[in-house]
Design a protein around this ligand. Sequence first.
Ligand code: GDP
Length: 480
Amino acid sequence: MLDLLTSHFNAVFTSLRLRGKISKGDIETSCEQIRQALLESDVALEVVESFVAQIAQRSIDALALIQPGSNQAKAVFEVVNSSLVEILGGSARRVRFSKNPPTVIMLAGLQGAGKTTLAGKLAKFFADQGNTPLLVASDLQRPNAVTQLQILGQSIGVAVFAPEAGNGVGDPVKVAQAGVEFAKAKQYNMVIVDTAGRLGIDVELMKQAGDIRDALSPDEILFVVDAMIGQDALRTSQAFLDGVGFDGVVLTKLDGDARGGAALSIASLTKRPIMFVSTGEKLGDFDIFHPDRMASRILGMGDVATLAEAAKAAFDGDTSAKLEAKFASGQDFTLEDFLDQLQAMSKMGSISKILGMLPGSGAMKKAIDSLDEGEIIATKSIVQSMTPIERRDPKVLNGSRRSRIALGAGRAVSDVNNLIDRFSAAQKMIKQVRNGATPAGIPGMAGMGMPAIAPKSAAMRPKKKSKSGNPAKRAQEQSQ
Ligand code: GDP
């Protein structure tokens, strides 16, 4: 969603880098380009004006202080980066846990903003961290909101307090209060309260949200807002801030084609931090918001920190340790290991999402967008159609086995042949790498979802056996 902004920032910095010495006039031109880009991306006018004035002044100050011969474009880049981090809210803030559990989190926002979906995502996120959340169904207005929450809770194994069926019936304040009492009695350490929204701001909506707030005194009120509604997101957040008040913001639908305006304006306008972002309809499409990582993405430097975290979570200790041990002991990398890796990679999300986090991915956008995710699924299904013996030793794969595999995977035999050929070439290359060759790309694995593997250190490489000085022993070794 930030592609437009990223490409504008790239253009500005490419032109600055081409100038050896940056003049005040260059700064002014760049600032005007940035101003236009931010306005085009729906950033609120007052935020744009103060941001541009700030980077202009800071850049001029930075250039005045810079040592002759230093990289001036880099100095301006750093000014823009740190100013972006500031308008995005500075540093990430975590949810404040109450000293007297349960910690109560109330969600507020318009109907359709994604509150109920978010309630499920938050519950999963906190449960995965060892908490015991209880979901409370206080949206008694929107048709099926209660059932939706129950289904979500069931899918993640989190309890849902839903004494009323909703659909316009029941008192949401009473449900919320009873939910907190229930959590206390049953020792849940968190309560996440889903509340009703309306299609637009109205007095009744604000009053109901205000009544729930007064009845619960929540530890956190999170305002949930759809990033796709552009400038309306700002008007709505101001109305909720005045009418109900909130402690943090959750931006949803960041996967859509929103231009980033809400993300860039909301924190500085409301003086409340963006705490989480929602990037899709699935429960896993959810991230803690990090202003510095967002700034890094906007400036085309990718988000390597998030990528590393996702990889760490996906490649669980066992898989990585198993692979490392195999590598160190000189055993072959097999199709079974490959399948483990493909499975771990699919846990990290779509390949385009993973590649999009790499620095410079903006320039590869077209290539990333045209990536065929289906290829990876097809590769996985071919490997899954093999028996464990075949995965361990593809040499046994004669014609009839290949036909059987192709049939099982719903692919052509030529696809199976192709995969095996590319795998064998890669396996050979891995052997060479292990024996000390540089791991400069593993040919044939492109498009197979295969992360490069390189030996951690010389110590990990299996030692070549030294030849014995005893001629008889050497002859015996050679015959082995
Ligand atoms: P509520 O009325 O605020 O409770 O909104 P819902 O949770 O029912 O969400 C409204 C719609 O938006 C549903 O179809 C959700 O699947 C969808 N949705 C929620 N969050 C996201 C998101 O981050 N990205 C996308 N693409 N859709 C979302």
